[in-house]
Write a protein that binds this ligand. Sequence first.
Ligand code: ADP
Ligand code: MG
Length: 906
Amino acid sequence: MTEATGIVGEFFSLKEETDAELVAMQCGDFYEFFGEDAETVSEELDLKVSQKSSHGSSYPMAGVPVDDLTPYLKALVERGYRVAVADQYETDSGHAREIVRVVTPGTLLETSDADAQYLAAVVDGGSAGGSSGSGSENAYGLAFADVTTGRFLVADAADADDALTELYRFDPVEILPGPGVRTDDELLNTVRERTDTTLTLHETEAFAPKRASHTVREQFGTETVDRLSVGEPTLAAAGAILSYVEETGAGVLASMTRIQAHHGDDHVTLDATTQRNLELTETMQGERDGSLFATIDHTRTSAGGRLLKEWLQRPRRSLATLEERQESVAALSTAALARDELQDALGEAYDLARLASKATHGSADARDLLAVQETLAVLPALADAIASNPDLADSPLSEIVDRPDRDAARELRETLAEAIADEPPSTVTQGELLQRGYDDDLDEVIDRHEAIKEWLDTLADREKGQYGLSHVTVDRNKTDGYYIQVGKSAADGVPDHYEELKTLKNSKRFTTDELEEKEREILRLEERRGDLEYELFEELRDEVAARAELLQDVGRALATVDALASLATHAAENRWVQPDLHQGDRLALEQGRHPVVEQTTEFVPNDVRLDEDRGFLVVTGPNMSGKSTYMRQVACIVLLAQIGSFVPAKEADIGLVDGIFTRVGALDELAQGRSTFMVEMSELSNILHTATEESLVILDEVGRGTATYDGISIAWAATEYLHNEVKAKTLFATHYHELTGLAENLPRVANVHVAADERDGEVTFLRTVRDGPTDRSYGVHVADLAGVPEPVVDRSRDVLDRLREEKAIEAKGGSSSEPVQAVFDLGSGTMQTQATGQSQAHAASTDGGPMGADSDTQPTDAESDTSPIDPDTEAVLEDLESIDVNTTPPIELVSKVQELQERLEE
Ligand code: ADP
Ligand code: MG
């Protein structure tokens, strides 16, 4: 590479200094990118590239005006680039540049997105090389910071799965993996697969336990940190984040006033898969619309929206906390007028936490401070509205709006009200930011400035009157400064002391000594006013920054009222009811509905009843009858109850759970290209390990991702284990009709089915859930609808009827003289074949109990061995066996089965 000198040379040496992918270097009124950076930026953002020559070589160059940098930065960072910003400063010999900030996804302050923007760090305690003194060695530590609001949270995680769950919950835009995590490919790959986060390797020293812990104590105070009682890895994560925020120069450390521990104990376990399955914040297709959050969100402020989302992602277990929210929601849902009033007031509120962060960073302008002032005024408005409604006044809402220091908030608001002009400009260096009366010196400057402006404004009239001129105007521009412009016709009659500046087509421009004198003065005053106002404004902004914690408190109170009012609005508009919460085992919903599906469908309500003696429901019913919807509806209702919300039901009695686990069988997920049978099984295994007696487990067609016998066996065994060992409240939807037999042997298992009506071969889905197992499978009907040839459909009906009568099936068309029967034996979990004419008492038995429990109904070896299957049939069976259900697309499976059936017919 040729040695570039001058500006280009400076650019390349800055590039060497930083690990950022792009450097934006200030050159006067522009930020410039050179070389490859210029090409990258122009490709990404459609900027024009020009050539800059330096010492005989030419370099691509692209630039953006200084005032426009923000949107470009934002766009580049959102595309995953780290951008270093180098500002220009004056030196004795001219200009020099220095990198003042590295903007990354997690440190971008200029976001316009209302969502939280978390920067995360995750540390593996096992391999952090720290002392193995306290706590479990393999624990993980996590920290999350939102630089735009100053929110800072830490969490211990028991293992990698736990860590993933939290990462998924906070959905960070950037993650700093600790030294141990960097080599953990499994964890990193999962993170990459499930999120579109940026992984950044921050210097390893920042994760060193001693240094990190020191950093955290410096920031939040030793006592606070001790009270958190979180593990060493967690402090390491927190310290690494602080050092990263410092190093990237976001300048917002001061807005991080509080560190909060996110304790698993009080939160409902909601692993990543469950959050996704329940479509909490986005649908399976990744859309926001149609998610539970989008459905229930009626918040008026972005902070309120963020809080409501956080509630959904982190449901609670504390009865007291939930009842407190319920009380507020109950009061707000009936007090419609007062609620409107509150929401109108909230409509005036800006994002205080974000404004506090901007003030701390020094990027808040006068309009931002005006927004702070206006938002601070919302608090007393809310307090008044609450106080004047007896129901609201009696609710916890009163306490919520009293939590921030109201006096301090009022003082700050008054200070700002006396300071900031009514309609300040967005530039902070050119005056007109502050009001008269705020500062004596400033007042004097303003008075003189205004007086001279007045003199200039009236000059044209005076000149007209005094010298009898017509067509006179006074104006200013960049080249001529202030001038008196006289129309051509009158230009000859100007007095002698007029000095001509230039001649235009229809007029002439003049100046006078006096005008030049005034011009000098007004420029002096403008500069003085700009400087003085900026100085005063900066003081004011620092004063606001010093109140970051107060602003966060007020912001929190407003957001809380907003979130509660949103829950109340949704409850009132959709006739949701307040659930009865308790610590018991009972879960009873009368006429429950699915919170999202009910919005778009004429929904058929359904009951659910689970209690001590009936803790496990096997849900059967034809395809598309509503099994999945029914189960998700139960999970969503419990989840809503545990954020303090009302629920879509006529009556609800809900025992609090400590975790919600949902799994959808791989086949359903396979269709979306998401999952494999292996994933399904490892997730099932995770549930069997982590769910407790107080958890709610939803299994949807689990075991379906493999060949039938495997699937039934797994489903069967998992049911036994969940029932006998875990004892979790469970709903298990299955198309394995055989599983309904479990109810006879396992005392807490009950069957329910989604009813469908079959008349004249037509199926009507009733969507009603009833007790007892479904009596038939409607797969044949679906096959008919799908256009499977009639002989096959007819034959299927025939086979099905025989199966229902628990008769052996005769395989048609065999060459052997004796028809063969194939029977699935639940006892052994294998396929038995036997010749007909033998006893038919060995058909599939559903009263056999758990696998292998009784062997006396099994056919004897002698029986099953005597009649070999004819070779053609055997070939079909072999082909059947060789189909890999996991890799064959569903469509192909159908035609394959069809083909096999046809061969059997022959
Ligand atoms: P399954 O899991 O039994 O195959 P799904 O739960 O996927 O069935 O439901 C199939 C369709 O029926 C979905 O489109 C769903 O919206 C609709 N549905 C399910 N339950 C109800 C209900 N209770 N009322 C109205 N529509 C329903
Ligand atoms: Mg389903």
